[in-house]
Structure formats: structure tokens, C-alpha cells
Design a protein around this ligand. Structure first.
Ligand code: ADP
Length: 650
């Protein structure tokens, strides 16, 4: 995989003092401040070098990756820890409930009249202490195990979702908002982490504790236990049901309202220029006060609900105890119940309410976790719209013949952008696509390397339908230079090697010379090891283009698809880029989406695309002779002084 060599082990490239580099080249400073440099260097020296992971990526998910996402299936990968955790939960619920029983024994057999025994009291006391200590240790072990379990499971899930993102097709990322996808990776996964770490084990622990206590209550005294179940439990249950509904309502309310707050905030921040220019600050604050106020109200509501539920359950417990004191006291007087048993009963009763309260509170976490799982499952089950056939073959080394055969395509199939297009590009031929904006030039290019599949018709490479070959073998032979080349945070070297991580330094030097990047590299303080900032913001548009061309040259594709930058370049950079293009195109088939007619004029053939199809095709001189659409465009261009409209405006 490309990431393994080129980027994975990138630590070394960042250590060389980018601060110095930036200031020397007058680039905006984005490195490690001097005062922090010593610390950072020490950290880098101590950090283990990350080995490139041994990892294979296939477009088609393997059987394990296709498994349906459920909580049990995620947990079951770590069965050993699940089993250990469960045993610990059982042990804890038993150990922590032994106290009242020991108290009962100590009272009845060590303190009751006629049964005085210091030995029994001492043994009970020591045992009490020992079991409580053991219980605490078991709780610690259980927290460790579930913590580990949760972080492993979340790690797997994050990688699974990320891998799925790598498989999905372009249309998915166009339709889904990046913010929504980010929230799948952050809040949804965090909800789940919460659930696994605390939710599930607490649910099991409290549920089990309730069962143990109920059993003990009945074992201690059936009559008293029956009174408890008949009188107190129904009231508590009804009340808990109310709380559950009320708090869920509060949760939904505050979730919706915080979303509004965030939406308003991000809109105001992104649009700050428009806001300031139109003097909307006051209106903006008023508006933000509204949404923040609504969020505060939702929180107040949740606060009120909690303030009622907590004390009220304690109240119900106390009333119940009062009642049972009456009934139990009578029974003691009538010798139907020992004093120790009554005290033990009371101690257990206290512990009976806590789990109910905790269970109700955990229920919300459980619900949130569940809806997160559902959302993540939907995401994982979204198939890539451009997928490999199960029996896709590897495309061998190609000559570079590209054929569009009766191709029709619409991003929305009901609304065709291209209609029945036929076009053949011979090996080594460069073809320029020209035509008005929105005519479908980029769309044609996107079909060639299968960013999308045609709605009808076929796209062939060397006579092979691109749908029948693996995406990797296809795309490794088709190079794309986008209009706005994307640079990743890292050194120039790493960015150049992007398409071919195994390229040698000699290859790199050649690429730099061929596209005419040498001047820039020599100007940079650390040459190829200079850090370019994310998205290449510290380079000029022309330099970014050259980098992208060098990147494509290094990858040595048989077919090159180049979306020419529309942004204006100064004449000097333009000359450099045109020279670079000439070298890059030597012997390669190419599609040039030409925004400048100088580029179109250099191509072997020009294809004029308009109204969803090819309207003219021929060599530049032929088309000029014919006096059709291209000739008209050319004349208009000459009349404007041979410069492009875009540049004129700039
Ligand atoms: P050109 O490259 O010739 O300027 P494009 O091929 O980019 O034109 O676009 C052709 C048409 O398809 C345009 O009408 C454009 O609005 C539409 N289009 C482009 N990309 C998408 C997309 N991702 N989803 C929907 N419509 C699109």
C-alpha cells in the first residue's frame, strides 16, 4: 500500500528543525517553536519508530469485514476478556453483598443474649474486612479488563470504518457532509466506548446485584421480602418508568438543540467576513442567544427531572423502611424473626434501591450506544457504487488505448450529463477536451479512471472494459493531475513519492528536473526535505501545479488525465508548466481538460464537448480550417489578445 513506505515511517522527516527552515524562506511559520524544540527532540528520540504495518488492502472486503456489526460480534473477538470480565462481575456482586449476612451472624451468634462470643464477632469482622478488600480488588481488575476491552474494540471499529471510507466511491463523499462523517468517527464511536466501558458491565453488575439481593431478602425472611416486593417495588417501578421517559425526552431535546448551537456557531465563524461586511454582528448575537437559550432550557429540564428522581427514590426507600420497621419489629417481638435477620434485612434493603437507580440512569447510555451502532452499521453496509466484480482480473501493462463506446452518464440517472458519446484515443495520443463550463469535460475524465460508472455504454482501456479489472491495476496505470492538486502535510519528497512510494532518489531528481522544479527546490532551505504545509498553502499555485506534475511523472502512468488549473498563473510560471507538460506527455496517451487554448493547440487532437456530447473532433489545424465551434472560440480568444478570459478578469 502507498501509505506503508511513503508516509508511515515519516517521523524522521519532521525532526530537522522546520522552524529554522520556515523563517529562512520567509514562509509563514508553522513548525515547532524554539522554546519547545528541545522537548520535542527528546520526545522524538524516545518514541519508538513506528514500523510500517503489515497490511493488505483489497477493494472487496474480506469475510471478516463483511460481518454484520453488532455489539456481541464486536465483543466476541475478545472472548477471553469478555469471559474474565463477566466472572469478575459475578464475583463482585457476591463479594460486596456478603457484609450484611456477616453482620447478621455476628449479632445472632456473637451478641444476642445467651450467645455472647468474642470469637464469632472477631471472625465475622475479619472476614467482613477480607471480603470487602477482595471485592475492591475485583472491581479494580474488572475496570482494567473492561477498559482494555473497550479500547481494543474501539480501535478495531475505527479502523474498520476508516477502511470502509477508503473503499467508498466519490459520489458518497459528494453527497454526505464531511461533518456528518466526522461525527460517525467521533461522537458515535465515543458513545459506544462509553457503553462498552461502563454501560454493559454496570448493567450486568447492577442487574446481578438486584437478583442476588432479592434472593437474599427472600432467604432472610419470606414475609418481609413479600411485603417489600408488593409494596415498594411497584411504586419504584412506576416512578422509574416516568423518569426514563422524561429523561429521554430531555436527552433528545438537548441533542437537537446543541446541534443547532453548533450549526449556528460554524455558520457565523465561516461567514465572518460576510457578517462583518454587512454589519450583522448584533443580529447574529441576538440569534445566537436564542439557540443557546433553547439549549439552556433543555438542560434545565434535564436538571429538574434528575433533581426529582434522585431524592424521590430515597424517599420511597425511607418510607418503605419505616413500614417494614413496623412489620419487622412486630415479628421480632413475636419471635418470628431474629434481631440479626431484621438488621441484615434493612442493610440489604438499602442496597436494593441503588441498582434500580443506576439501571435507569444507564438505560439512556444503552439507548445512545444502540443508535450509534445502528448508524455505524448503516455506514458499513453502504456499498461502494463503483465496486470490483468478484472475478475482476488484473489489468496487465497497457499500451494506452482509451475507448468510450456509446457512453451515457448522469450523476442522477434521470438527468443525463453525457449522451451516447463515442471516442477513441490512440496509444500515445494527447487529446484536449474543450467546451463551455458544465459541458461534461471533467465528467468524461472521471469515467475514464472509474470514479464513476457509465449509466449506459462502456469505457475500455486497450479493449478491456474497465469494469472487469481491479481498481488498483487500472488506477496504477492512469495518472490524474487534478485542478487543485492536494498536498499532504509532510516533506516535498514524501509528497512527490505519493503515487510511487518505492521511487529512488535518482527517480526523484529526474522528475524534479523534467518538470522544472529544480529552481524551487534549490531555493528551499532544506531542498526536498522541506516541509510543505497541509494543502501546500505555503507554495504558490504554479509551484503546486509543478509538484503535481512531478508527482504524476514519477508515477509513470501510461495514460495521463490532466485537469488544467483555471486559476491565473503569471506568464513565467505558465511557460515553465507548458514545458513540463511537453516532457510529461511524451509517449503517453493523455486527456487534457484544457482551459487555456494554448494548451489545446499543443494537443494532437481537440474534442469539443457541448450539450452532453462530442460536437467537433480533429487536429487543431483541421478544426481551425473547418471554421466550426472551435474556430469561433479560437477567434474570440485571439481577439481578446490571446489571453484567457479567466486571466483577463484576474
Ligand atoms: P466541465 O468539466 O465541462 O466544466 P463537468 O463535467 O464538471 O463540466 O459537469 C457537467 C455537469 O454535471 C454540470 O452540469 C455539473 O453541474 C454536473 N455535475 C458535476 N459534478 C457533479 C456531481 N458530483 N453531482 C451532480 N452533478 C454534477
Amino acid at each position: 500500500m502507498a501509505w506503508g513506505g511513503g508516509w508511515g515511517g515519516g517521523g524522521g522527516g519532521f525532526g530537522g528543525g522546520p522552524h529554522v527552515a520556515s523563517s529562512a524562506s520567509n514562509l509563514p511559520f508553522g513548525g515547532i517553536p524554539t522554546e519547545l524544540q528541545a522537548g520535542a527532540a527528546k520526545l522524538l528520540a524516545d518514541e519508538p519508530a513506528h514500523e510500517p504495518a503489515r497490511l493488505t488492502f483489497t477493494q472487496r472486503p474480506n469475510a471478516k469485514e463483511q460481518r454484520r456489526l453488532t455489539l456481541p460480534s464486536m465483543l466476541w473477538v475478545y472472548k477471553r476478556w469478555v469471559v474474565t470480565g463477566s466472572m469478575l462481575v459475578i464475583a463482585i456482586s457476591l463479594l460486596l453483598q456478603s457484609g450484611p449476612k456477616l453482620t447478621e451472624v455476628a449479632i445472632n451468634h456473637g451478641m444476642a443474649p445467651g450467645h455472647h462470643s468474642l470469637r464469632v464477632i472477631t471472625v465475622c469482622g475479619l472476614l467482613y474486612l477480607a471480603l470487602a478488600l477482595l471485592g475492591t480488588f475485583a472491581q479494580r481488575a474488572q475496570a482494567l479488563v473492561t477498559g482494555k476491552l473497550a479500547s481494543r474494540v474501539m480501535h478495531d471499529l475505527r479502523i474498520r470504518v476508516f477502511t470502509h471510507f477508503q473503499r467508498l466511491s466519490l459520489d458518497f463523499f459528494t453527497e454526505e457532509k464531511a461533518g456528518v462523517l466526522m461525527s460517525r468517527m467521533t461522537s458515535d464511536i465515543e458513545n459506544l466506548q462509553q457503553l462498552i466501558q461502563d454501560g454493559v458491565s454496570q448493567f450486568a453488575l447492577q442487574g446481578l446485584t438486584m437478583i442476588v439481593i432479592t434472593a437474599v431478602l427472600f432467604a432472610t425472611n419470606v414475609v418481609l421480602a413479600t411485603w417489600t416486593v408488593v409494596l415498594i417495588v411497584p411504586i419504584l417501578f412506576a416512578f422509574s418508568l416516568w423518569f426514563h421517559h422524561a429523561s429521554e425526552r430531555g436527552y433528545l431535546l438537548s441533542r437537537d438543540r446543541i446541534a443547532n448551537v453548533l450549526a449556528d456557531l460554524s455558520e457565523s465563524l465561516y461567514g465572518i467576513r460576510v457578517v462583518t461586511a454587512n454589519n450583522r454582528q448584533r443580529r447574529n448575537i441576538v440569534n445566537h442567544r436564542h439557540v443557546v437559550g433553547a439549549y439552556r432550557d433543555a438542560n434545565l429540564y434535564t436538571g429538574r427531572v434528575n433533581a426529582i428522581y434522585g431524592p424521590a427514590t430515597i424517599m420511597i426507600g425511607i418510607l418503605g423502611q419505616g413500614l417494614l420497621l413496623g412489620i419487622g419489629g412486630h415479628m421480632v417481638l413475636r419471635h418470628q424473626l431474629s434481631l440479626g435477620a431484621l438488621i441484615a434485612f434493612f442493610l440489604y434493603l438499602n442496597r436494593f434501591f441503588q441498582p434500580i437507580q443506576l439501571l435507569v440512569q444507564q438505560y439512556n447510555a444503552l439507548q445512545q450506544g444502540r443508535s450509534s451502532i445502528i448508524r455505524l452499521r448503516e455506514l458499513l453496509e453502504t456499498p461502494p457504487s463503483v465496486d470490483e466484480l468478484p472475478d475482476a482480473t488484473t489489468l496487465g501493462a497497457i499500451e494506452g488505448r482509451l475507448t468510450f463506446e456509446n457512453v451515457s452518464f448522469g450523476y442522477d440517472p434521470a438527468n443525463l450529463v453525457l449522451r451516447d458519446v463515442n471516442l477513441e484515443i490512440a496509444p500515445g495520443e494527447s487529446v484536449a477536451f474543450v467546451g463551455p463550463t458544465g459541458a461534461g469535460k471533467s465528467t468524461m475524465a472521471k469515467l475514464a479512471n472509474r470514479f464513476y460508472d457509465p449509466t449506459a455504454g462502456r469505457v475500455l482501456v486497450d479493449g478491456v472494459d474497465v469494469k472487469t479489472v481491479t481498481l488498483h491495476s487500472l488506477r496504477s496505470q492512469l495518472g490524474v493531475v487534478p485542478q487543485e492538486p492536494f498536498l499532504f502535510a509532510g516533506t516535498m519528497r514524501q509528497n512527490l513519492r505519493f503515487g510511487r512510494p518505492e521511487a529512488t532518489d535518482a527517480d526523484l531528481d529526474e522528475a524534479v528536473d523534467v518538470v522544472g522544479l529544480r529552481d524551487l527546490v534549490e531555493r528551499l532551505p532544506e531542498g526536498l526535505d522541506t516541509v510543505v504545509h497541509e494543502r501546500g498553502q505555503t507554495l504558490s499555485a504554479g509551484e503546486r501545479q509543478l509538484l503535481a506534475l512531478a508527482r504524476a511523472f514519477l508515477a509513470r502512468p501510461r495514460v495521463l488525465i490532466l485537469d488544467e488549473a483555471t486559476s491565473s498563473l503569471d506568464l513565467q510560471s505558465e511557460t515553465v508548466i507548458e514545458r513540463a507538460l511537453d516532457r510529461l506527455l511524451e509517449g503517453r496517451s493523455a486527456i487534457l481538460i484544457a482551459h487555456r487554448l494554448t494548451t489545446a493547440q499543443r494537443a494532437d487532437r481537440i474534442v469539443v464537448i457541448d450539450h452532453g456530447g462530442v460536437v467537433e473532433i480533429g487536429s487543431p489545424s483541421e478544426l481551425l480550417r473547418q471554421g466550426g465551434a472551435y474556430a469561433t472560440m479560437y477567434e474570440a480568444w485571439l481577439a481578446s489578445g490571446g489571453r484567457d478570459a479567466t486571466r483577463e478578469r484576474a
